[in-house]
Design a binder for this molecule. Structure first.
Ligand SMILES: Nc1ncnc2c1ncn2[C@@H]1O[C@H](COP(=O)(O)OP(=O)(O)OP(=O)(O)O)[C@@H](O)[C@H]1O
Ligand SMILES: [Mg+2]
Length: 320
């Protein structure tokens, strides 16, 4: 029943900066199945946005892909040229960014921006307007006629993000990648936007990848959770299992440090991560680290039931 829509294989990438090369992803492998809601969770700098950018081929110019494949319906996105990618974008793969103000044109009325997306499918005039209004309604914006005529600055943050989602889904993409779509919004609005994404998935079958630093949000949203640390996937599995019975020490830590309502995680939690470190990058912080093992070699992912975990200590427990 699980049919892979997007597969990332052994993906390593980094950035060229003035201070030198900054590795960002190390041997990332994952599968996104058709119709699924997947959350990618990890702390700041773990490589989530880099992964999202490569999945949608919207990576910054200074990014270097060292190795790997990104297969969408079996086609390697990394081998596609600009024209081929433009054909996929919007119609097959769409993106929602953290800051809706950045994805909307401040000079254009909201309605015109939605219509612009629809034009790519050949819709014009009254037909395009009707469909745009329908989209604004589908993202649960109140008074779509008014919103249609508004400029982005006349809308609240939550409304703008709804418009950005309306534009993203305008051409009925199969895959929607949302990179921290609620982080810039008020807490009260965040849950509503997540609800909207969940309903889109349930009603239209859109496959969704949500990038978040908040494992609580990941749990509320996803069927499956992928945990990243220092540019690697450290644990992956059904959301229930990952939360109820985390296997990787880093996942355990994330769940233990889940903030109580209204509390923000402390800055110390966001310790600098070492993507290029020898051995397991989590070893220096890990309570379960095995001396001479974890600091010596990168742990290889192993399958534990429906879970995939990359941890020497877990491997020892399960494989003996
Ligand atoms: N455009 C860029 N140029 C240079 N380095 C970058 C760029 N974007 C990200 N990096 C670096 O790549 C690494 C991974 O960053 P990335 O933005 O993918 O992490 P993230 O998990 O999305 O973090 P956050 O939660 O802060 O958004 C970090 O070391 C970061 O500093
Ligand atoms: Mg990011």
């Amino acid at each position: 029943m699980n049919k892979a829509l997007l597969e990332v294989r052994d993906l390593s990438a980094g950035y060229i900066t003035r201070k030198g090369y900054v590795p960002a992803l190390r041997g990332v492998g994952l599968t996104i199945n058709e119709g699924e809601r997947v959350a990618v969770v990890g702390e700041s700098g773990s490589g989530k946005s880099t992964l999202a950018a490569i999945m949608t081929r919207l990576e910054p110019r200074n990014l270097v892909i060292e190795s790997g494949e990104v297969l969408y319906k079996g086609m390697n996105l990394l081998r596609m040229n600009g024209k081929e990618l433009r054909r996929l974008r919007g119609r097959e793969i769409a993106v929602v960014f953290q800051n809706p103000s950045e994805s909307l044109n401040p000079l254009l009325r909201v309605g015109d921006q939605v219509v612009e997306a629809l034009r790519l499918d050949g819709l014009r005039g009254r037909e395009a307007k009707a469909r745009a209004l329908d989209l604004l309604r589908r993202v649960r914006l109140p008074d779509p006629e008014r919103i249609y005529r508004s400029y982005p600055h006349e809308l609240s943050g939550g409304q703008k993000q709804r418009v950005a989602i309306a534009i993203a889904i305008a051409r009925s993409p199969k895959l929607l990648v949302a990179d921290e779509p609620t982080t810039a919004l008020d807490v009260s609005v965040q849950a509503k936007i997540l609800d909207l994404l969940i309903r889109l998935n349930e009603e239209e079958g859109t496959t969704e990848v949500l990038i978040t630093h908040d494992i609580g949000v990941a749990y509320d949203f996803a069927h499956r959770i992928i945990v990243m640390y220092a540019g690697r996937v450290v644990e992956e599995g059904p959301a229930e299992e990952v939360i109820r019975e985390p296997l990787h020490p880093y996942t355990k830590h994330l769940i233990k440090s889940l903030p109580k309502a209204g509390e923000l995680p402390s800055v110390e939690e966001r310790a600098l991560t070492a993507v290029a470190a020898k051995g397991c990058p989590y070893a220096p912080r890990c309570p379960a680290a095995i001396k001479g093992v974890c600091d010596a070699a990168d742990p290889q992912p192993i399958k534990v039931g429906e879970r995939v975990v990359a941890c020497h200590a877990v491997a020892r427990d399960f494989l003996g």
